[in-house]
Design a protein around this ligand. Structure first.
Ligand code: CA
Length: 247
C-alpha cells in the first residue's frame, strides 16, 4: 500500500553519530558525556589510524578531529577522509595559534574550526549548524558561463573538457563562481579561500589566479590551433578579480 503520509515517515529521527578523534583522554571523556547528553550517538578513537578506520568503516554523521595526533596526523586523516567521503562534515580542533593547521585544514576540506579551549555549548552549536547544512539536499553542480563544477566529485569542466585543478585552485574557482559577476577584493578572496590569519601582504591570490587562468584558457575549444579562449576571470584594476560568466 502506498504511504499517504511520507512526511511522517521521514520525521522518525535517528540520532546522529559523531566520531571524536582526539588523543587527550580528558577531552574525549568530556565530549562523550557532553554529546551523549545532547542526544547524539558518540564513538571515539585516540589516534589517527583508528580514527580514519572508524570514519571510513562506520555510518558517521560528523567527525570532530584533533589536529595533533599520534601516528597519522589530523591533516592526513582529513585529506584521506575528504577524498573518500567528500560530503562528511569535519570540525577541526586546533590549539590556539596553530594558524598553519587552520590554513592547511581549509585546503584539505575541513568545514569548521574550533580553537582549544572551547566550550561544549560552542561545539554543539557548530555541530548543529553542520548537521543542518549536511541534511539539506546538496546542490552538487555549480555552473557559470561554460564552466561547470561538480562539488561532489570535485571535477571541473570547461565547455565539456575536463580540467585538473589542485585543491587550492578548486576552492578558489568555486569561490569566484559562487560570486560570479561580483568584484572581489584580494583580501576577500584571501579570507575566504586561505583563512583569516593569512598574511595580507602575500601575493598568493594573484599567483593562484594565474594558475587557474592558465588551466582554464583555451580549454574546451574545438580548434586547438585557433585563437585561445580567454579564461573568464577578469582583473579589476587596483581592486581584485571578477568571474565573468558571459565571456
Ligand atoms: Ca592532540
Amino acid at each position: 500500500m502506498r504511504n499517504l503520509f511520507p512526511a511522517i515517515a521521514h520525521n522518525v529521527t535517528v540520532p546522529s553519530h559523531i566520531l571524536v578523534i582526539e588523543d587527550e583522554p580528558g577531552i574525549v571523556d568530556f565530549l562523550h558525556r557532553g554529546l551523549r547528553a545532547q542526544g547524539y550517538e558518540v564513538s571515539s578513537a585516540l589516534d589517527g589510524d583508528h580514527g580514519l578506520a572508524k570514519a571510513l568503516g562506520e555510518e558517521v554523521s560528523l567527525v570532530v578531529l584533533d589536529m595533533l595526533l599520534p601516528g597519522r596526523s589530523g591533516l592526513e586523516v582529513l585529506e584521506t577522509l575528504h577524498d573518500a567521503k567528500p560530503t562528511l562534515p569535519v570540525i577541526v580542533l586546533t590549539a590556539l595559534g596553530e594558524v598553519e593547521h587552520r590554513v592547511a585544514g581549509l585546503d584539505a576540506g575541513a568545514v569548521d574550526y574550533l580553537a582549544k579551549p572551547f566550550s561544549l555549548a560552542e561545539l554543539c552549536a557548530r555541530i548543529r549548524a553542520q548537521l543542518r547544512a549536511a541534511a539539506q539536499v546538496p546542490s552538487t553542480d555549480l555552473r557559470a558561463g561554460d564552466v561547470e563544477v561538480n562539488l561532489l566529485t570535485r571535477e571541473v569542466y570547461r565547455a565539456g573538457e575536463l580540467i585538473r585543478l589542485s585543491t587550492t585552485e578548486f576552492e578558489l574557482l568555486v569561490y569566484l563562481m559562487r560570486n560570479s559577476g561580483r568584484v572581489l577584493s584580494r583580501e576577500q578572496i584571501l579570507r575566504a579561500v586561505w583563512g583569516y590569519e593569512y598574511d595580507p601582504g602575500t601575493n598568493v591570490v594573484d599567483v593562484y589566479v594565474g594558475y587557474l587562468r592558465r588551466k582554464l584558457r583555451g580549454a574546451g575549444q574545438d580548434d586547438p590551433n585557433g585563437p585561445r579562449a580567454e579564461a573568464p576571470i577578469v582583473t579589476v584594476r587596483s581592486v581584485g578579480y571578477r568571474f565573468n560568466a558571459s565571456t
